[in-house]
Design a protein around this ligand. Structure first.
Ligand SMILES: NC(=O)c1ccc[n+]([C@@H]2O[C@H](COP(=O)([O-])OP(=O)(O)OC[C@H]3O[C@@H](n4cnc5c(N)ncnc54)[C@H](O)[C@@H]3O)[C@@H](O)[C@H]2O)c1
Length: 451
C-alpha cells in the first residue's frame, strides 16, 4: 500500500532553482524552469556569459534570445557569478563540463570546484543534483564528501528500511539528455532519469523534475542513474563505429552503405539506423565512454567494445583524407598543393558547436599533406586557437556560385541544412561528400565521391 508521506521538498509553491554552469545543458534547463513559473538563478564562472544573460542575450545559436529576454524581464531568470546567492535557492543543479584531460582520463576538476563552491552556502533542506555526465560513483565518492565537509549529512542508503532516513540535505544524480538543435524532442518531452543517494533524496529530485518534464523515471541509486547515461552514449558510440566499419567495407565492395541503411531501416522491429560520417564529434559521444573505461580499470575490467569503437571512430578522419587524396589522384592531381574548400566545421549539422569536431582533425591532416585550405561554416565566421589545433586567423569564405570552381575539391564535412547542394555540385570540379548530403542532387553526379 502506498505510504501517505508528507512531501519533504516540494510543497506546490514556486521554487527557487539555482543552476550552476550556464552552457548547452544548464541554460535550456534554466529556461524550462522559468517557463514553468519558477524563479531561476544561473551561476557561472564566466562573467561575460553572465553579463550577456542579464542583458537578455544568448550566446548559443539554437537557444532563443526572445525567451531569455522574456524571463529576465519577468524576473523569472537572472544570472550571477556570486555563489553566496546559492543560500537563497531551494535546489541546486550542477551542469558543468566533464571533459577528458591530456591523458584522456576523466577531468572532474569542474565538478569538484563546483561542489567546493556550494559547501559554504549549503542549507538544511537543500536539494543538490549533479547533471554532468560522469562515471558511476561520482556523486557519492566525489560530491558527497565535499558537501558533507561542514557537518551536514546525507546518508547513502537504499531499500524499504531507509524510506524515511533523516537527511540534512538531499543529493541526487539526474543525467541530461539534451540533443542540441533537436526540434522534435525538447527538454519537456524527454523523460528524466533520477537516482537519489537515499529514498528521500530520490523523492525530492523526482518532485523537482516533475515540475518541468513530462515523465520522471526513478532508479534505485545515483550509480544506476550515472550508468544509464553512459549506456545511452556508449550505445551510440559503438553503433556509429560499427556502421563506420561497414561503410569502409562497403566502399571496397562497391556497395552504397546509405542505400543499405535505408533498406534495413524498413524493418519494423529490431533495427535502428545509425549513419556513417567523418568521425565522432561533440562534447559527449567521443568523451563519455572513456569515463566508464577509466572507472572499469578499478574493477580489473577491460571495456573492449568502448576501446574498439574509439579506435574505429578515431581512424575515420584519416580515411576521409586518404579518400580526398585518391579522388584528386584520379583527376591527375596531388593532395600536396591542392586547393580545397571545406564545408562545415561544426561537429554536426545546424549547430554552432566545434567541440571534438572531426573536421578540425581532417583540416590538420590535409594541411600536413600540403593542401591549401579554406573553409565555410555559417555558424563560425572565424576560427581560433584551440587545445589541439591552431586555426587562428582563418575566416569563413563567403559562398557564391562561382567560388567552388576556384578549388580543386570541395569537401562536405558537415551537412548544414542551409547549403545548396545542387549549387555546390554544379560549381565544383570535385566534391568529396562525407555525409551523403548530396543524395538528392541529380546533375553532375560523376563529380561526387561518397566516402
Ligand atoms: N552539450 C550536450 O549536448 C550535452 C548533453 C548531455 C549531457 N551533457 C553533459 O552536461 C555537462 C555540461 O555540458 P555543456 O555542454 O553544457 O558544457 P558547456 O561548456 O556548454 O557549459 C558549461 C558551463 O559551465 C561553466 N563552468 C565551468 N566551471 C564552472 C564552475 N566551477 N562553476 C560554475 N560554472 C562553471 C562554463 O563557463 C560553461 O558556461 C557535461 O557533463 C556534459 O557531458 C552535455
Amino acid at each position: 500500500m502506498p505510504v501517505d508521506r508528507k512531501p519533504e521538498f516540494f510543497r506546490g509553491a514556486q521554487l527557487k532553482v539555482g543552476i550552476i554552469g550556464c552552457g548547452y545543458v544548464g541554460l535550456p534547463l534554466a529556461l524550462r524552469f522559468a517557463e514553468a513559473g519558477h524563479k531561476v538563478t544561473g551561476f557561472d564562472t564566466d562573467p561575460a556569459k553572465i553579463a550577456m544573460l542579464n542583458a537578455g542575450r544568448t550566446y548559443i545559436e539554437h537557444i532563443s534570445q526572445t525567451k531569455i529576454q522574456q524571463y529576465v524581464n519577468s524576473r523569472h531568470f537572472s544570472a550571477t557569478t556570486d555563489f553566496s546567492k546559492l543560500k537563497e535557492v531551494d535546489a541546486i543543479l550542477i551542469c558543468v563540463p566533464t571533459p577528458l584531460d591530456e591523458r584522456r582520463e576523466p577531468d572532474l576538476s569542474y565538478v569538484k570546484q563546483t561542489a567546493e563552491s556550494i559547501t559554504p552556502h549549503l542549507q538544511k533542506g537543500h536539494l543538490v543534483v549533479l547533471e554532468s555526465t560522469t562515471y558511476p560513483g561520482t556523486t557519492e565518492e566525489l560530491v558527497l564528501p565535499i558537501l558533507e565537509a561542514n557537518g551536514m549529512r546525507c546518508p547513502i542508503a537504499s531499500g524499504a528500511a531507509s524510506e524515511d532516513i533523516p537527511c540534512d540535505f538531499f543529493l541526487a544524480f539526474s543525467p541530461e539528455r539534451e540533443d542540441p538543435g533537436n526540434k522534435q524532442f525538447g527538454l519537456a518531452q524527454i523523460p528524466k532519469v533520477v537516482g537519489g543517494l537515499n529514498p528521500p533524496s530520490g523523492r525530492a529530485a523526482q518532485a523537482l523534475y516533475g515540475q518541468v518534464v513530462s515523465r520522471v523515471i526513478p532508479v534505485s541509486s545515483t550509480r544506476a542513474a550515472e550508468m544509464a547515461k553512459l549506456l545511452e552514449n556508449i550505445f551510440r558510440c559503438v553503433n556509429i563505429a560499427m556502421v563506420n566499419e561497414l561503410k569502409l567495407l562497403s566502399l571496397r565492395m562497391g556497395i552504397d552503405i546509405w542505400e543499405v541503411i535505408d533498406a534495413a531501416s524498413t524493418k519494423p522491429f529490431g533495427f535502428m539506423p545509425f549513419y556513417p560520417g567523418p568521425g565522432l564529434g561533440g562534447h559527449c559521444i567521443p568523451v563519455d565512454p572513456f569515463y566508464l573505461s577509466w572507472k572499469a580499470r578499478e574493477y580489473d575490467f577491460a571495456t573492449r567494445f568502448i576501446e574498439l569503437a574509439g579506435e574505429i571512430n578515431t581512424s575515420m578522419p584519416y580515411h576521409i583524407v586518404d579518400a580526398i587524396g585518391a579522388a584528386l589522384n584520379k583527376q591527375k592531381k596531388s593532395l600536396n598543393g591542392a586547393k580545397i574548400l571545406i564545408l562545415g566545421v561544426a561537429y554536426k549539422k545546424d549547430v554552432d558547436d566545434l567541440r571534438e569536431s572531426p573536421t578540425l582533425k581532417i583540416m590538420q591532416l590535409l594541411q600536413e599533406r600540403g593542401a591549401h585550405l579554406d573553409y565555410n561554416d555559417p555558424y563560425f565566421a572565424q576560427l581560433h586557437r584551440m587545445r589541439h589545433y591552431n586555426y587562428e586567423g582563418m575566416k569563413s569564405v563567403p559562398l557564391s556560385a562561382q567560388i567552388f570552381g576556384s578549388y580543386d575539391c570541395t569537401v562536405i564535412a558537415t551537412d548544414h541544412s542551409v547549403y545548396d547542394y545542387n549549387a555546390i555540385v554544379d560549381g565544383s570540379k570535385l566534391v568529396v561528400d562525407t555525409r551523403n548530403a548530396t543524395r538528392r542532387v541529380m546533375r553532375n553526379r560523376d563529380r561526387i565521391v561518397l566516402c
